[in-house]
Design a binder for this molecule. Structure first.
Ligand code: ATP
Ligand code: MG
Length: 382
C-alpha cells in the first residue's frame, strides 16, 4: 500500500484549537471581554458542543492580552474537599502560575487560606509541582476554604493583569453540595475583580442555579451564554477547507450530509468526517461517508446498547419514535397513538430522556441529541 501523504485533518473527542477550531467568533469575543474585566459568565451547552474548546480559546486570547487565567474541570470530583483541591490546583497552575520559582511569594498569597496549604516544588526546576492541604484533626469547612482561595485570587487582579478562573463542569460541584454554589455567590461579592466562568452541560441543573430569582444561588451573578450549534454553512465550509488541508476533495453536498447525519453536534461532525477521510480515494464521497457511518456506529454500539438497556419500556418507545422522526410536540396525537402511552406517561418519559441528555428540543422539534444513536436505532447494525 502506498503511504498516505497527509495526516487526517479532523479531530474529535477532546478540545480542539488552532486550525481544528471553527467559527464561534462572537462567543469568543464575549467570553474574552468578560474574562478581561472581572465580570462573570455562565456558559451552558449540551455535551460535545465545544464548551471546553471555546473556553481554552478565550483563555488563550486573555493571556495574550496580559490576563492571568486558569481552568478547573470538576467532573471527577466527588466530595467538597476534592472540589476545594481542584480549585486550589487550578488557581496555582493558572492565575498564580506566573509566580513560578517564587514559592515564598506564592506561600504568602496562600497564607490567607484558613487551613494550611502545602506547596510541593520540583527539586530540579524549583517550580510548583503540586499543592495539597495540610492534614487537620478538626473537621474542615471546605466551603470556607474555597471562598478563601477565590478571595485570595481576587487580590491578584490589576487593570493590566485581570484575573479569571474557569470552572468547567460546574454542575458537578452543585450536585455534590449545593452550598458550593452559594460560596460562588459570596466569592462574586467578596472578590469583585475576579472573573469567574461557570460552564456546564446539564441544562436543568445549571438553570436551577441561574434562573430562579428566589432560590438560584447564581441568579444574576453574570452574563449567560447558551452555546448553540455551529451553523451548517460555516461548518461545511470548515469541513471542506480541512479536507483540502488533508489533500482530499469534499463536495458541498457531502459536507452538508456529514453535518446532517451528526445533527450538527460538533464532536460528531468531526468524528464522521474523520472516519470518512480514512476511506481510500482522493475524494470523500457519499460511499466513503456511508462506510464511515457504519464504522462509527460499530465503535459505539455497546455504549448505545447499555443506554438502551437502562431505559424503561416507555422511554425506549419514545426514543425510537424520535429517532424515526422529530416531533413538534411530545403530547401530540401522533406521539400518543404511535407508542400507545398516556399523555402523562409520555411527558414523564420525555423528562427522563431529556435530563439524561438523550433528547432535546431542537430548533423546531424534539429530536435525539445524537445523530449516530438515532441512526443505530433506525438501522440494522447488530
Ligand atoms: N469550534 C469548533 N470547531 C470545530 N470542531 C469543534 C469545535 N468545538 C468543538 N468541536 C468538536 O467537538 C469536540 C468536543 O469539543 P469540546 O471538548 O470542546 O466539547 P465540550 O462541550 O467541552 O464536550 P464535553 O461535554 O464532552 O466536555 C472536539 O473534539 C471537536 O471535534
Ligand atoms: Mg468539556
Amino acid at each position: 500500500m502506498e503511504p498516505r501523504r497527509f495526516a487526517n485533518p479532523y479531530r474529535f473527542g477532546s478540545p480542539v484549537a488552532g486550525d481544528h477550531f471553527a467559527d464561534r467568533k462572537q462567543e469568543l469575543t464575549r467570553l474574552a471581554a468578560v474574562m478581561g474585566s472581572g465580570q462573570n459568565l455562565i456558559l451552558i451547552a449540551p455535551r460535545r458542543y465545544g464548551k471546553s474548546s471555546l473556553l481554552l480559546a478565550a483563555m488563550e486570547r486573555t493571556r495574550r492580552a496580559g490576563g492571568r487565567t486558569g481552568r478547573v474541570n470538576l467532573i471527577k470530583c466527588s466530595t467538597p474537599e476534592e472540589v476545594a483541591g481542584a480549585i486550589l490546583l487550578g488557581a496555582v497552575r493558572g492565575p498564580w502560575g506566573w509566580l513560578r520559582g517564587r514559592t515564598a511569594q506564592l506561600a504568602e498569597h496562600l497564607g490567607r487560606v484558613r487551613i494550611g496549604v502545602e506547596i510541593q516544588t520540583d527539586a530540579r526546576t524549583g517550580s510548583v509541582s503540586g499543592v495539597s492541604f495540610a492534614p487537620s484533626l478538626r473537621p474542615v469547612d471546605w466551603r470556607g476554604v474555597i471562598l478563601d482561595v477565590l478571595v485570595a485570587l481576587g487580590r491578584l487582579a490589576s487593570d493590566s493583569h485581570p484575573v479569571s478562573l474557569v470552572l468547567d463542569e460546574f454542575q458537578r460541584a452543585y450536585e455534590i453540595d449545593p452550598g458550593i454554589a452559594d460560596v460562588m455567590k459570596a466569592a462574586v461579592d467578596d472578590a469583585p475583580r475576579l472573573s469567574l466562568i461557570f460552564s456546564g452541560s446539564r441544562r436543568h441543573l445549571m438553570e436551577q442555579m441561574v434562573q430562579d430569582p428566589n432560590h438560584g444561588p447564581l441568579y444574576n451573578v453574570g452574563a449567560k451564554l447558551y452555546l448553540g450549534r455551529i451553523p451548517a454553512a460555516d461548518f461545511s465550509r470548515f469541513l471542506r477547507s480541512r479536507a483540502e488541508a488533508g489533500g482530499k476533495r469534499l463536495s458541498p453536498q457531502v459536507a452538508e450530509r456529514i453535518y446532517q447525519l451528526a445533527l450538527g453536534v460538533p464532536n460528531d461532525v468531526q468524528l464522521l468526517a474523520f472516519w470518512a477521510f480514512e476511506q481510500p480515494g482522493e475524494e470523500i464521497t457519499e460511499a466513503a461517508l456511508a462506510a464511515a457511518l457504519r464504522s462509527a456506529i460499530a465503535d459505539q454500539r455497546q455504549e448505545y446498547q447499555a443506554v438502551w438497556d437502562g431505559l424503561a419500556s416507555s422511554q425506549q418507545r419514545l426514543l425510537k419514535l424520535l429517532a424515526e422522526r422529530p416531533l413538534v410536540s411530545l403530547r401530540g396525537v401522533e406521539a400518543l397513538q404511535r407508542i400507545a402511552l398516556s399523555p402523562t406517561a409520555v411527558a414523564k418519559a420525555g423528562t427522563v430522556l431529556e435530563r439524561s441528555d438523550l433528547i432535546r428540543r431542537g430548533e423546531a422539534a424534539w429530536e435525539l441529541t445524537s445523530g449516530l444513536m438515532a441512526e443505530w436505532l433506525r438501522g440494522d447494525y447488530d
